[in-house]
Design a protein around this ligand. Structure first.
Ligand SMILES: [Zn+2]
Length: 220
Protein backbone atom coordinates (compact mmCIF):
# COMPACT_ATOMS: atom_id res chain seq x y z
CA UNK A 1 0.00 0.00 0.00
CA UNK A 2 1.50 3.34 -1.04
CA UNK A 3 0.48 6.90 -0.36
CA UNK A 4 0.74 9.01 -3.48
CA UNK A 5 0.32 12.59 -2.21
CA UNK A 6 -1.27 15.04 -4.59
CA UNK A 7 -0.94 12.85 -7.65
CA UNK A 8 0.03 14.72 -10.78
CA UNK A 9 -2.59 12.78 -12.73
CA UNK A 10 -5.83 11.49 -11.26
CA UNK A 11 -6.42 7.75 -11.38
CA UNK A 12 -9.47 6.09 -12.94
CA UNK A 13 -11.06 3.08 -11.26
CA UNK A 14 -14.28 1.10 -11.03
CA UNK A 15 -16.82 1.44 -8.26
CA UNK A 16 -20.56 1.12 -7.65
CA UNK A 17 -23.19 3.41 -6.25
CA UNK A 18 -26.73 3.20 -5.07
CA UNK A 19 -29.04 6.04 -6.10
CA UNK A 20 -31.33 8.18 -3.96
CA UNK A 21 -33.37 11.28 -4.62
CA UNK A 22 -32.93 13.68 -1.71
CA UNK A 23 -34.85 16.48 -3.39
CA UNK A 24 -32.23 17.47 -5.99
CA UNK A 25 -32.97 14.72 -8.50
CA UNK A 26 -31.33 11.29 -8.53
CA UNK A 27 -27.91 11.29 -6.84
CA UNK A 28 -25.14 8.72 -6.67
CA UNK A 29 -24.65 7.51 -3.10
CA UNK A 30 -21.74 5.51 -1.72
CA UNK A 31 -23.29 2.14 -0.83
CA UNK A 32 -21.34 1.37 2.36
CA UNK A 33 -21.56 4.74 3.99
CA UNK A 34 -24.50 6.71 2.56
CA UNK A 35 -22.61 9.75 1.31
CA UNK A 36 -24.08 11.63 -1.65
CA UNK A 37 -21.92 12.48 -4.63
CA UNK A 38 -23.37 15.93 -5.36
CA UNK A 39 -24.03 16.83 -9.01
CA UNK A 40 -21.19 18.74 -10.65
CA UNK A 41 -19.07 18.91 -7.47
CA UNK A 42 -16.10 16.76 -6.54
CA UNK A 43 -16.99 14.24 -3.85
CA UNK A 44 -14.61 14.61 -0.90
CA UNK A 45 -13.83 11.86 1.59
CA UNK A 46 -14.12 12.44 5.32
CA UNK A 47 -13.11 10.03 8.05
CA UNK A 48 -15.40 8.75 10.79
CA UNK A 49 -12.31 7.77 12.80
CA UNK A 50 -11.10 11.35 12.71
CA UNK A 51 -8.07 11.18 10.36
CA UNK A 52 -6.93 14.75 9.79
CA UNK A 53 -5.69 13.87 6.32
CA UNK A 54 -8.03 11.51 4.55
CA UNK A 55 -7.40 8.89 3.28
CA UNK A 56 -4.59 7.76 5.53
CA UNK A 57 -2.52 4.62 5.00
CA UNK A 58 -3.39 3.24 8.45
CA UNK A 59 -7.15 3.74 8.13
CA UNK A 60 -9.88 2.46 5.83
CA UNK A 61 -11.23 5.90 4.95
CA UNK A 62 -11.41 7.49 1.50
CA UNK A 63 -13.34 7.10 -1.72
CA UNK A 64 -12.80 3.62 -3.12
CA UNK A 65 -12.17 2.51 -6.68
CA UNK A 66 -10.84 -0.77 -8.04
CA UNK A 67 -8.67 -1.71 -11.01
CA UNK A 68 -10.78 -4.78 -11.87
CA UNK A 69 -14.39 -5.82 -11.42
CA UNK A 70 -14.00 -8.78 -9.05
CA UNK A 71 -14.23 -6.76 -5.81
CA UNK A 72 -17.54 -5.25 -6.95
CA UNK A 73 -19.49 -8.46 -7.54
CA UNK A 74 -20.80 -8.63 -3.97
CA UNK A 75 -21.94 -4.98 -3.99
CA UNK A 76 -23.80 -5.64 -7.25
CA UNK A 77 -25.50 -8.67 -5.76
CA UNK A 78 -26.63 -6.45 -2.90
CA UNK A 79 -28.45 -4.18 -5.32
CA UNK A 80 -26.08 -1.36 -6.27
CA UNK A 81 -27.85 0.35 -9.16
CA UNK A 82 -24.91 1.95 -10.95
CA UNK A 83 -21.46 0.72 -11.98
CA UNK A 84 -18.99 3.23 -13.29
CA UNK A 85 -15.49 4.58 -13.61
CA UNK A 86 -14.57 7.41 -11.32
CA UNK A 87 -11.60 9.74 -11.24
CA UNK A 88 -9.79 9.94 -7.88
CA UNK A 89 -7.32 12.66 -7.04
CA UNK A 90 -5.77 14.65 -4.19
CA UNK A 91 -4.34 12.23 -1.60
CA UNK A 92 -4.49 8.74 -3.08
CA UNK A 93 -3.59 5.51 -1.28
CA UNK A 94 -2.72 2.74 -3.70
CA UNK A 95 -3.59 -0.89 -2.88
CA UNK A 96 -2.87 -4.03 -4.86
CA UNK A 97 -6.34 -4.06 -6.41
CA UNK A 98 -7.32 -0.39 -6.41
CA UNK A 99 -7.17 2.95 -4.68
CA UNK A 100 -8.62 5.10 -1.90
CA UNK A 101 -8.80 8.76 -2.85
CA UNK A 102 -9.52 12.13 -1.31
CA UNK A 103 -11.63 13.54 -4.14
CA UNK A 104 -13.69 11.84 -6.81
CA UNK A 105 -16.00 12.48 -9.71
CA UNK A 106 -17.64 9.96 -12.03
CA UNK A 107 -16.31 9.65 -15.58
CA UNK A 108 -18.77 7.20 -17.14
CA UNK A 109 -21.79 5.40 -15.68
CA UNK A 110 -23.60 2.13 -16.42
CA UNK A 111 -27.10 2.00 -14.98
CA UNK A 112 -27.91 -1.61 -14.10
CA UNK A 113 -31.29 -1.00 -12.47
CA UNK A 114 -33.65 1.87 -11.87
CA UNK A 115 -33.80 1.21 -8.15
CA UNK A 116 -33.86 4.40 -6.09
CA UNK A 117 -33.42 4.10 -2.35
CA UNK A 118 -35.66 5.82 0.08
CA UNK A 119 -33.43 8.79 0.94
CA UNK A 120 -33.88 8.30 4.67
CA UNK A 121 -33.50 4.53 4.64
CA UNK A 122 -29.66 4.76 4.64
CA UNK A 123 -27.65 1.71 5.58
CA UNK A 124 -30.52 -0.43 6.80
CA UNK A 125 -31.78 -0.33 3.23
CA UNK A 126 -29.05 -2.74 2.07
CA UNK A 127 -31.07 -5.70 3.32
CA UNK A 128 -34.27 -4.32 1.83
CA UNK A 129 -32.62 -3.69 -1.53
CA UNK A 130 -31.26 -7.25 -1.57
CA UNK A 131 -34.76 -8.47 -0.93
CA UNK A 132 -36.22 -6.13 -3.56
CA UNK A 133 -33.74 -7.34 -6.17
CA UNK A 134 -34.29 -11.00 -5.30
CA UNK A 135 -38.06 -10.75 -5.47
CA UNK A 136 -38.16 -8.24 -8.30
CA UNK A 137 -40.26 -5.93 -6.19
CA UNK A 138 -39.48 -2.70 -4.40
CA UNK A 139 -40.07 -2.83 -0.67
CA UNK A 140 -40.87 -0.01 1.70
CA UNK A 141 -40.32 3.30 0.02
CA UNK A 142 -37.78 2.09 -2.51
CA UNK A 143 -38.81 3.33 -5.88
CA UNK A 144 -38.21 1.80 -9.28
CA UNK A 145 -37.83 3.71 -12.49
CA UNK A 146 -36.47 2.43 -15.82
CA UNK A 147 -32.68 2.17 -16.27
CA UNK A 148 -33.08 4.24 -19.47
CA UNK A 149 -34.83 7.08 -17.61
CA UNK A 150 -32.34 6.99 -14.75
CA UNK A 151 -29.36 6.96 -17.15
CA UNK A 152 -30.75 10.00 -18.99
CA UNK A 153 -31.24 11.89 -15.71
CA UNK A 154 -27.79 11.01 -14.36
CA UNK A 155 -26.12 12.03 -17.64
CA UNK A 156 -27.88 15.39 -17.52
CA UNK A 157 -27.24 16.05 -13.82
CA UNK A 158 -23.58 14.92 -13.69
CA UNK A 159 -22.71 15.95 -17.27
CA UNK A 160 -21.02 12.59 -17.92
CA UNK A 161 -21.97 9.73 -20.26
CA UNK A 162 -24.44 7.34 -18.64
CA UNK A 163 -25.51 4.15 -20.41
CA UNK A 164 -28.53 2.03 -19.52
CA UNK A 165 -27.07 -1.44 -18.97
CA UNK A 166 -29.76 -3.70 -17.50
CA UNK A 167 -27.77 -6.72 -18.78
CA UNK A 168 -25.00 -5.96 -16.30
CA UNK A 169 -25.51 -7.88 -13.10
CA UNK A 170 -23.45 -9.61 -10.45
CA UNK A 171 -23.22 -12.86 -12.46
CA UNK A 172 -22.03 -11.05 -15.57
CA UNK A 173 -19.45 -9.12 -13.58
CA UNK A 174 -18.23 -12.29 -11.90
CA UNK A 175 -17.82 -13.94 -15.31
CA UNK A 176 -15.85 -10.99 -16.62
CA UNK A 177 -13.76 -10.77 -13.49
CA UNK A 178 -12.74 -14.41 -14.12
CA UNK A 179 -12.20 -14.10 -17.85
CA UNK A 180 -10.29 -10.84 -17.72
CA UNK A 181 -13.16 -8.61 -18.78
CA UNK A 182 -11.58 -7.09 -21.88
CA UNK A 183 -14.48 -4.73 -22.60
CA UNK A 184 -14.35 -3.42 -19.03
CA UNK A 185 -10.56 -3.05 -19.11
CA UNK A 186 -10.87 -1.06 -22.34
CA UNK A 187 -13.30 1.37 -20.69
CA UNK A 188 -11.07 1.96 -17.66
CA UNK A 189 -7.94 2.27 -19.74
CA UNK A 190 -9.62 4.80 -22.07
CA UNK A 191 -10.85 6.78 -19.05
CA UNK A 192 -7.37 6.67 -17.45
CA UNK A 193 -5.68 7.77 -20.71
CA UNK A 194 -8.11 10.67 -21.00
CA UNK A 195 -7.33 11.75 -17.45
CA UNK A 196 -3.57 11.29 -17.72
CA UNK A 197 -3.51 13.51 -20.79
CA UNK A 198 -6.23 15.77 -19.34
CA UNK A 199 -8.10 15.11 -22.57
CA UNK A 200 -11.56 14.14 -21.36
CA UNK A 201 -12.81 17.62 -22.21
CA UNK A 202 -11.63 16.93 -25.73
CA UNK A 203 -14.54 15.71 -27.89
CA UNK A 204 -12.39 13.04 -29.59
CA UNK A 205 -11.36 11.57 -26.20
CA UNK A 206 -14.98 11.72 -25.09
CA UNK A 207 -16.11 9.93 -28.25
CA UNK A 208 -13.50 7.18 -27.72
CA UNK A 209 -14.66 6.64 -24.14
CA UNK A 210 -18.32 6.60 -25.25
CA UNK A 211 -17.46 4.00 -27.94
CA UNK A 212 -15.67 1.75 -25.42
CA UNK A 213 -18.61 2.15 -23.03
CA UNK A 214 -21.08 1.14 -25.75
CA UNK A 215 -18.96 -1.93 -26.54
CA UNK A 216 -19.20 -2.93 -22.89
CA UNK A 217 -22.98 -2.49 -22.90
CA UNK A 218 -23.22 -4.57 -26.10
CA UNK A 219 -21.04 -7.29 -24.55
CA UNK A 220 -23.45 -7.49 -21.61
ZN1 LIG B 1 -9.42 7.64 8.45
Amino acid sequence: MTLVPDVASPVAGWRVWTVADRGRGPELVSPVRPMSWIHREPATATCLEGCAACPSVECRCGLYATAGLAPLVLACRRGAAVLGCTALWGRVVEHTDGWRGEHGYPLVLFVMSGLLLDPVSRIRSTRRVTSAVRHGLPSGHDHVTGPETLARELARLYAVPAHPAPGLAADRLRGWARSGGQAADAVRSEAADGLAGRRLGDPAAHARLARRAQELVDAA
